[in-house]
Structure formats: C-alpha cells, structure tokens
Design a protein around this ligand. Structure first.
Ligand SMILES: CNc1ncnc2c1ncn2[C@@H]1O[C@H](COP(=O)(O)O)[C@@H](O)[C@H]1O
Ligand SMILES: [Zn+2]
Length: 370
C-alpha cells in the first residue's frame, strides 16, 4: 500500500516535471479560485454582488454543462474590467509556466462592455498588458523576439539527464467567438485577430454554450478567418447535434475540441480526416459529456494513433492542471512514461505556432530525454 502511494506520488511529480504543451485553455476558465473569491469579496463589499449567493457557486466542485455557463456569466461580471483582465492573464500564464508548460495557446473572447468603457480592442490590450506583466518567467510572443540573456540553470531531470533550463514560456493567443454572437460581431473578432497578428494572435476558436446559436451564423466569419490564413479550432460535439457536427467536420478546421457526442458515421469521418482533437478529460467527465473516464474516447483515438493533445479546458473551473490531466491519462489508459512523454512531444506538431518555434520546442523535448 505504502509502495503504491509512493509510486503514485512519483508519477504525479513526473507529470509535473516533464515539458508540456497546452493547446486548449480558456482565460476566464483558468482563473485561480483564490483570485476569483478575492474579486467576488471585493464586489460584495461594494454592494455590486451578494457574496453569500455567489460563494457557494464558485466553490462547488462538480457542475453540469449548463451550470458551467451560468458560472461563466458570473465570472464575466467579476473579472471583466481592464485591470482584472490584466491580472488574471498574468496569473494564468505564471501558473502554466510553474508546471513546466513550455508552450501555451491561450484563448479568450474579446468583450465589449459599454458600462465599463471596454471595447474588444481595449479588452485585448488588457490581455497583452497581462502578458507583459509576467515576471516569474520570460514570455515569448513571436519568433523574432530576442531572448533575455538570463543564464540557463543546470538541473538533473527525472530521466537522470543534466539539462540547461531557462525560465521561458512561448505564448500564442486564439480569439474566441462566443456562440451567442451575431455574424457581424464574429467578423469583428476575426478582424481584431488579424490586426493583432504581430502581437501573438494566431487563430480563432468557436466556443460558448453548445445549445445556443446556429452554425450558419458563425460560418462566414470562420471562412473569412481561414481565407486570411488564421488557424481555426472549433468546440465540436459537446452535445449530440449531428447536423452541426457534420457541418463542422466538412469545414475542415485545423483542430477540434472535445469531439464527444459523435455518431458512428461522424466518428469515421473524424478518423479518416485526421483532424487533431484537443482532449479535455476532466472537463468532459465533469460536464457529463462522457459518462466516465473509462468510457472516454481517448482510448479509441489513441489506439488508432489519431492526432491528439491532452488539454485542461478550464483549469480554474474544474480545479485541475495540465500535469493532473497527464497523470489521469497515464493512469486511466495504462500509458507508460515513455508513451506519455512521446504523446506530450507530439502535441508540438498540433500547435498553431510558426515552424521555427516548433523546432525549438521539439529540441527542448529531445534534450530533456536523450
Ligand atoms: C466546458 N466547456 C466549454 N464549452 C464551450 N465553451 C467554453 C467551455 N469552457 C469555456 N468556454 C468558453 O470560454 C469562455 C470563458 O473564457 P473567456 O471569457 O473566453 O476568456 C466561456 O464564457 C465560454 O464561452
Ligand atoms: Zn473549451
């Protein structure tokens, strides 16, 4: 028993220590609980919200998908002013870097809120300021950015190799279109993404409550994004809307998130199209998109060597971390450390980053496990 617990602890530490790539993380879903509560308390003291109503909602650990979207509305009241957006961006990046995420693709929905003097542009400026404010680690936003002259630290890693480590994280941003938006508003988001290309924005995500909105509303903006050379990823199959799933797969996005509720024909289509899947284990179980970890489609896709990446989705909302997601993938599906390591490394190829950075990231993986 003691031995098993010791092995388990080592496995958790190993998952934390290895380099990792995060491709599906929503900014507001990744807010630390402690920050959220602190902000909520502040608003409670000022009479803007009733803290007693909000606290149990924030602290509840298990939520259905509709409950998640109720909570997001609350998050947006609590966290959407410029200085808070800047603060949470800084914290989220630092949290990922602290568990050895070397590349983070962070997605967020640019928000317009007249009452707070916020436009989609100013929202994104606040996000960029947050990236600038990160001080625990160097943030690299484009492949032309020169690195700081920080001396690399020499450490012995869990493979027994001596490696030189610099505290550095590559970050790229995806702008999310919320399914509540109009075609016009979705177009605006794509235009903003194009404007911010030099600041690290590389693509577009379609997300939001899957039972809200029509595919035809978003299609013009998604097509436009594709034509302009932005990468596109879609939340696909969180609910069994087969007509929409068909349209999404036909659109041929560069990646899809979740892919839970596909019928047999779409399952075949997904596999034959080789569209990479962002796998969010805890999220899918908590929101009841899959009945249990053991029934998760990860195993089937893994056995077929379908391109996939392990991701967190909303690590704040679901109290998880990328290391923990690797741990549960390894222990649930019986992956060896070597298999898990190769899996982590393969996620580099699925990222939307420039080839030059991909090569740099692959080198980090190779030097880590020689
Ligand atoms: C649980 N599964 C999910 N399915 C669909 N959309 C989700 C999601 N989790 C998060 N979001 C989307 O991301 C927003 C929060 O981050 P940002 O405000 O953009 O930073 C949510 O409001 C929702 O639109
Ligand atoms: Zn998501």
């Amino acid at each position: 028993m003691a031995r098993k617990m010791e092995d388990d602890k080592k496995m958790r530490e190993w998952c934390r220590e290895i380099p990792k790539i995060e491709l599906h993380a929503h900014l507001n879903g990744s807010i630390r609980d402690s920050t959220l509560l602190e902000l909520a308390r502040g608003l409670g003291e000022n009479g803007i919200i009733v803290l007693e109503d909000v606290e149990p909602v924030i602290l509840k650990s298990s939520r259905t998908l509709p409950e998640c979207f109720e909570l997001f509305d609350l998050y947006h009241i609590i966290a959407t002013d410029h200085s808070t957006v800047t603060r949470i961006t800084k914290e989220v990046v630092e949290d990922f870097a602290s568990e050895n995420v070397i590349y983070l693709e962070l997605r967020t929905t640019p928000k317009h809120n007249e009452a707070k003097g916020m436009t989609k542009d100013s929202y994104m400026k606040a996000v960029m300021q947050g990236l600038n404010n990160v001080d625990e680690v160097e943030v690299v936003l484009n492949s032309t950015q020169t690195s700081s002259n920080e001396e690399p630290e020499t450490v012995i890693n869990s493979f027994g190799n001596e490696i030189k480590q610099t505290r550095k994280i590559h970050v790229r941003i995806l702008l999310s279109i919320d399914r509540r938006q109009t075609t016009e508003s979705a177009m605006e988001t794509v235009d903003l993404a194009l404007k911010l290309r030099d600041s690290g924005v590389v693509g577009i995500d379609l997300s939001g409550n899957p039972v809200v909105g029509q595919w035809s509303t978003f299609l013009p903006a998604l097509k436009y994004a594709k034509e302009q050379g932005l990468s596109v990823t879609l939340h696909c199959g969180e609910v069994p809307n087969q007509e929409e799933i068909q349209a999404m797969l036909e659109f041929q996005p560069e990646r899809v998130g979740h892919a839970c509720c596909l019928d047999d024909s779409h399952w075949k289509l997904l596999k034959s199209s080789k569209i990479p899947v962002e796998i969010c284990l805890t999220s899918n179980v908590r929101t009841e998109c899959v009945s249990s970890l053991d029934d998760h489609h990860f195993a089937d896709l893994y056995n077929e060597m379908h391109p996939m990446a392990i991701c967190t989705d909303d690590c704040g909302l679901f109290s998880t971390s990328l290391s923990h997601e690797y741990y549960i993938a390894g222990t649930t599906f019986g992956l060896s450390r070597d298999e898990l390591y190769d899996f982590a490394k393969n996620a580099v190829k699925l990222s939307f980053v420039e080839d030059k950075v991909k090569k740099e990231l692959l080198k980090i993986f190779d030097s880590y496990k020689r």
